[in-house]
Design a protein around this ligand. Structure first.
Ligand code: EAX
Length: 332
């Protein structure tokens, strides 16, 4: 063997072992919970996450869906106990666990998706994800449910006065219950799904993004829709904090990156399909008020800021961070 050949051999050996020892994934099964059924916003994100993680590593992601683990509140409890490691959960129910979470759902906070992305992907979003650690959640990314709109079966709703006395189902969220009480309705918190309750008339009304009204066929049991867009509903994509930190740094990075990528993909999916969902809902026969008197809703909702649920200093501080972040974007 010449010196040159020997040198090459050493070089190749180093490269080979370098590659072989690059990184060994811990692997194993990651249980991930969503309350919704296939085709839903949460499921689009969950399935993309599964595809990315499984193509990039040795982990297997097992998705539990369609309320098989119970309500979103119950899934969050299971994540806290680590019987489920991860979840893609609507922001609403988080505020029972961490009150700061209710700033995302603050009524009429965001005017459009550009503002949403800038705030949630910036320092404000990061501060909120950090706050979740108090409840043992590792916040990884925000995917989205979307802007929420009111539907009901009693009367066309054009201004906030028309909401008076509606028996409305709200999420298991402190903020959402207060919001609809303030707007004049009669709110009842319930987990998802709610088709039967609407069908049987236990409740008259509900509010959700367009994909929900389409995918869950709520047009069959609700006559009127009002494009209120009163609350932007995120999903917070979380893991059990201790489980997450027990993983090797490379594994953590891979999982976090896969969730960020899945969330970006899913937000785009939701936005690309909104016009189509609206057209289908109308074609299915719902009477839609596309230009309601939002000023009347805003005026009533404005008192929320002074209520007890926003008085907690931690919540107030987070709300200010979010309001400042939105103001900054508008000023640009
Ligand atoms: O994502 O409970 C709700 O209203 C949620 O928006 C529902 O789970 C659909």
């Amino acid at each position: 063997m010449t010196r040159r050949q020997a040198g090459l051999l050493v070089f190749l050996t180093v490269v080979f072992f370098g590659m072989a020892t690059a990184h060994t994934w811990a692997g194993g099964v990651i249980k991930l919970g969503v309350v919704t059924k296939p085709g839903s916003a949460q499921n689009v994100c969950a399935e993309k996450f599964k595809e990315l993680v499984e193509s990039r590593s040795d982990y297997e992601v097992k998705i539990f869906h369609s309320a098989s683990l119970g309500t979103e509140t119950e899934i969050l409890q299971q994540i806290q106990m680590n019987s489920v490691q991860m979840g893609i959960i609507t922001s609403g129910p988080f505020d029972v666990f961490v009150p700061e979470a209710r700033v995302i759902d603050y009524p009429f906070l965001f005017a459009n998706s550009r503002e949403v992305d800038a705030v949630l992907d910036g320092p404000a979003g990061q501060a909120l994800l950090k706050a979740l650690e108090r409840a043992r959640f590792k916040g990884l990314a925000f995917s989205e449910n979307g802007f929420r709109h009111l539907t009901n079966n009693v009367r066309p709703v054009h201004r906030v006065e028309d909401v008076k006395g509606l028996k409305i189902r709200v999420m298991e969220s402190v903020l959402h219950k207060e919001l609809w009480r303030v707007l004049g309705a009669n709110p009842t918190p319930m987990g998802w799904p709610i088709y039967t309750e609407l069908q049987q008339g236990t409740i008259d009304a509900q509010e959700n993004p367009l994909w929900v009204i389409w995918n869950y066929k709520l047009y069959e049991v609700q006559k009127y829709m009002t494009l209120t867009g009163h609350v932007y509903s995120a999903h917070i994509d979380v893991a059990n904090l201790q489980w997450f930190h027990s993983l090797a740094a490379e594994d953590q990075d891979m999982i976090a990156q896969a969730m960020k990528d899945a969330a970006a993909y899913q937000r785009q999916w939701n936005r690309d399909n909104e016009a189509d969902f609206l057209a289908k809902i109308k074609a299915a026969g719902m009477m839609v008020d596309e230009a309601p008197d939002l000023a009347s809703f805003r005026a009533k909702a404005a008192v929320l800021k002074d209520l007890e649920i926003y008085k907690d200093p931690k919540v107030q501080e987070m709300l200010q961070i979010f309001l400042d972040a939105v103001a900054k974007i508008r000023g640009q």
